[in-house]
Design a protein around this ligand. Sequence first.
Ligand SMILES: Nc1nc2c(ncn2[C@@H]2O[C@H](COP(=O)(O)OP(=O)(O)O)[C@@H](O)[C@H]2O)c(=O)[nH]1
Ligand SMILES: [Mg+2]
Length: 319
Amino acid sequence: MRLEEEPLLSIIVPAYNEAENIPRLLERVHRALQGISYEIVIVDDGSPDGTSEIARGLAVSRGYPLRVLQRRGVRGKVSALLDGFKASRGVYVAFLDADLEWPPEAVRRMMDLAITEGYKVVVGYRRSDRRPFLRRVISWGARLLSKLGIPGVRGLRDPTSELLLARREVIEGARIKDWYIKPFLPVLAKVDRKDVGEVEIEQSSRVSGESKFRPFWILEYLVELEEVSGRVVLKFVFAASLGAFAANLVSPIIGIYSIFVSLGIRAALLFKIIGLAGILASEAISLLVKLLAMPSLGPLGWILAAFLETLTATILRSE
Ligand SMILES: Nc1nc2c(ncn2[C@@H]2O[C@H](COP(=O)(O)OP(=O)(O)O)[C@@H](O)[C@H]2O)c(=O)[nH]1
Ligand SMILES: [Mg+2]
């Protein structure tokens, strides 16, 4: 095994229970990156299926330039990407899933494009997405929300892509948090459009192993958009308030439920941003306005309440 001091490219691979995929992955990466000085950093969270052992064994028997970072506890993919990045040394870094949903050969094309065109970032976008229907719909929604919320990524085909190659300093300069759903949004939101190259990639479904899809990701994703763009969630808070009002006009029965749903959505979204005291304060203002203004202003009072609630949240948030 030959590990260079500062390879041209580090490939960070988060891997949890990917023992079956690792041999195929390493072989394909190695073949695709012939002639380039690279290293692979596998970040494993103590997979019980022996992911690390298999990877280490192959590093010895096949001479792959590979390091394995073993962490305690299953701490999530994005946290694995961040730790892998810290441990890596390449001038460029690429992030690649272990499950072969993205072809390793794409990393080679991305690297070549970065060199020939001088791009700071190269992002892969899906041509044909062969994943199950529901996953495709969710991806589409996430992409749409990112474009609505973050003006800086509107010109990109797939800002929520999870296949990315970038110069090391670009990743260092982006504030990626370990609970983010789409880790590269802060990178793409910041970098100049002219410094970003895009590569078309065929994405396939994972061949073996299981996906670790999280159920509550939508709320976290909205909060992430809020952090990256600085305003998205507040728009949703406003929309949730008005949604409840519209439901009241349609039917009082639906209206009663919708008030609670709207309250729940608002509280869930705002919790991470302004805390419980902040939520109570903005709700109190909203309630007060509704009680005082509704008799005289009617529907306008509701809109005023939604507006003031959003305004309170905005002020509390920027403190
Ligand atoms: N180290 C580590 N890797 C993870 C964790 N969760 C997912 N991964 C890896 O991250 C990649 C993407 O995970 P996957 O479950 O396929 O996510 P999906 O493609 O978004 O459904 C795969 O290589 C997983 O093995 C984790 O908690 N720790
Ligand atoms: Mg996957």
